[in-house]
Design a protein around this ligand. Structure first.
Ligand SMILES: NC(=O)c1ccc[n+]([C@@H]2O[C@H](COP(=O)([O-])OP(=O)(O)OC[C@H]3O[C@@H](n4cnc5c(N)ncnc54)[C@H](O)[C@@H]3O)[C@@H](O)[C@H]2O)c1
Ligand SMILES: [Zn+2]
Length: 355
């Protein structure tokens, strides 16, 4: 197993602990001071391993859906946790992917003005990306991720064995985020993960290595800018376009795959607008294209995409905040005007590569 990772945050240091037998730990630990929030699929797939928790009457099971991380669901979570007898000195133990993480983190921030929480990430996206960085994001009405807090867990227990039951598309989704942080880190880091793309899919040791690498790369950014006021912004590479793609397709493309298409689109548009050169599009296209190949047959309507892009919460009143490679291939954030050329670049990309 990879070395543990220690992260500095505004709430002190916390660690990502790589574990091979987290289910044994969960089964055997004292449940006295814990209340559990568990992903519904995890509670079914690991029913016998988690039996002692599920039957402990200290456990809230939630289905991982976007509507379940909506603000209007929180009165019911609050009531359930109070009915389970949760007290301020207890720890919320959260087991699941990014959705369960967001729900748990938000509850841990707000319930009784704050509780300790521990996170067991079970999806590749949560293990390689979202489990560190302190953020919770909650939906309100049809506004996605519009409410949130910064509240790191006390500890992250990372067990890659969970990935064995994950759907293939959720593997690609997580790999999308891993490629992203490697692209931000350096041209060499990007090249290395691209060369090992097939190996990651086949060998669990290679997968674990790149999860660890991805977290170390993210650690550098969140430690200098935990509150996302500057350098950390580049972690949104592929995300302005990615979120717009998710919105334009009614969320039929998993997040990290929409981000993969979003990076490829950003690189293409950057070359068309002379922000970068086609060298960087070409350099990154092969692996990005591989990672989203199962979702190229979904139509993305350019008007819907532009509407969503213009509503991005990172924009200023008149300009779009977008992230592109520069001439050297370094990933940079800047403000851009809403020009017809931008829309044309996006439309050209969709004509060439989507459907
Ligand atoms: N707070 C953050 O920093 C942050 C960062 C990125 C993404 N997010 C949020 O995370 C969410 C996406 O997270 P996600 O991709 O982890 O998806 P998810 O939590 O929706 O999980 C995806 C699917 O996998 C299932 N699942 C989870 N673990 C499994 C396992 N081990 N085996 C089999 N099935 C399993 C879930 O039940 C679900 O059906 C989005 O809502 C996104 O906004 C948050
Ligand atoms: Zn993301």
């Amino acid at each position: 197993v990879p070395d543990d990772i220690h992260i500095n945050s505004h709430k002190g240091k916390y660690s990502v602990i790589f574990e091979n037998n987290s289910l044994d730990i969960l089964r055997n630990e004292s449940k006295e001071n814990s209340i559990y929030i568990i992903d519904k699929n995890i509670s079914k797939l690991y029913k016998s391993e988690l039996r002692s928790i599920i039957e402990s009457k200290k456990c809230l099971i939630i289905e991982a859906s976007e509507s379940n991380k909506s603000l209007d669901k929180f009165p019911s979570y609050t009531k359930s946790l109070i009915d389970l007898g949760i007290k301020r000195n207890q720890t919320l133990v959260s087991i699941g992917g990014g959705i369960i993480q967001d729900i748990s983190c938000f509850l841990a921030s707000t319930l009784m003005r704050g509780l300790q929480w521990i996170f067991y990430p079970t999806t590749l996206l949560a293990q390689s990306d979202s489990c560190i960085g302190s953020k919770s994001s909650i939906n309100s009405g049809d506004l996605k991720n519009i409410l949130g807090t910064f509240n790191p867990p006390k500890r992250v227990i990372l067990d890659t064995n969970f990935l064995e039951t994950l759907k293939k598309e959720d593997i690609y989704s997580g790999i999308g985020e891993m490629i992203k942080v490697h692209a931000i880190d350096s041209l060499d880091s990007f090249k290395r993960i691209s060369n090992d793309y097939e190996k990651i899919l086949l060998e669990s040791s290679s997968m674990a290595f790149y999860i660890h690498e991805s977290l170390l790369m993210k650690k550098k950014l969140i430690e200098i800018d935990e509150f996302d006021e500057g350098p950390r912004n580049v972690m949104n590479y592929g995300h302005s376009f990615g979120h717009a793609i998710e919105s334009a397709t009614n969320y039929s493309i998993p997040h990290g795959i929409a981000v993969t298409i979003g990076m490829d689109m950003a690189n293409f548009v950057a070359a068309e607008l002379n922000i970068s050169t086609s060298y960087h599009f070409d350099r990154m296209h092969e692996v990005l294209d591989k990672n989203c190949s199962n979702f190229r047959n979904i139509e993305i309507n350019v008007e819907l995409l532009m509407n969503a892009l213009y509503k991005d919460k990172k924009n200023t009143k008149n300009q779009l905040r977008l992230i592109f490679p520069d001439n050297e291939g370094q990933i940079m954030i800047d403000l851009y005007d809403k020009t017809p050329e931008l829309q044309k670049g996006i439309a050209n990309y969709l004509n060439l590569y989507q459907v």
